[in-house]
Design a protein. Sequence first.
Length: 414
Amino acid sequence: MAATPAPATVPPRPTWDPGQPEGPFPWLRPTIRIRLTLLYGGMFLIAGILLLSIIYLLAAQALREGNGLPYKILGGTDIQVTSTCPGVVGKIQSPDQFNSVINTCILEQRRHALDDLLSRSLMALLGLSIIAFAFGYAMAGRVLSPLGKITRTARRVVGSDLTRRIELDGPDDELKELADTFDEMLDRLERAFTAQQRFVANASHELRTPLAINRTLLEVHLSDPGAPVELQQLGKTLLATNERSEQLVEGLLLLARSDNQIVERKPVDLAEVASRAIDQARGEAAVKGVEIRGERVPAVVQGNGVLLERIALNLVQNAVRYNVADDGWVEVTTESQHGQAILVVSNTGPVVPAYEVDNLFEPFRRLRTERTGSDKGVGLGLSIARSVARAHGGRISATPREGGGLVMRVTLPA
């Protein structure tokens, strides 16, 4: 008897994600502004310490050079003295004793004067250091403000908004040269992307007409009851091929449109969008014996309802088509978390290696041979879903399930 093969396990996912900030406190990262602030403040602090040390040494030297008494008692007895210095009150027996006590008193007063000078200077240095660091931080922010503008523009461009420009004003320095170069690069990128999208859209429109004519002719020939069986079978095959080509053209057109930002946004409930997608895929799921389940909580986003419904429909259809033969299921849930609307579609299915997940979002890319059947789409579903999610300012991710299948997670800003 042949041995039963062990169940396939999901390969481990990489533990490092380059898209996440490193460290527990990303806001403490050593930015250029922080480094310039520390540099300015540190230089001022060092200069202040050196200045304070020089003043202290000069004052101590001056006091040491003048530590001799400007007078001296040469004779006499029973000298009555009143002073604030300790030990210089009462009757002094001899001039030498008087001179010694007075000298000690003056040295003690000079030491207190130096200590007071040092403490007051340190307090002044501390206050000026705080002011210097704050001034350095403000000046560094002012100097680096063009870089902040460049960074903000680059972030908007990352969101597929290629119409943004920096248009930096000010002196013709290195920062303005960098901003102008960045603007020129954006101009070229916008022209290239616009030309590419226009080409795809025009090609898709041009292909629609002959495909529609072919479909009409094939349907007319198939409606002839006197046509031979071989001809009818050939017509059905050509009609299926023509339908697949139409789906491909529609997918390319939608992919070209969804790469742009959504200009007109309206409130859309992801729960309603997911329910409509489930209703459209329920018939196919029943034929394949796949159960569709899941709780859908209202999650409202600002966007285009038709495009968002296409995301849900593509994910649900993929989950139904790439499923197991027996006891398969698809779970569709929606929820709101931390100001974001989340759509999750998970399913049973074949084991998906973690290193192959990213390839699923590329146009015309499928995982393995079983994903190349003509009855399972044209290979644009996940590409369209990713483009639509990006156009709405969101993202889509895939995670392999233990035991097979995928967990597709769409996150959109609420």
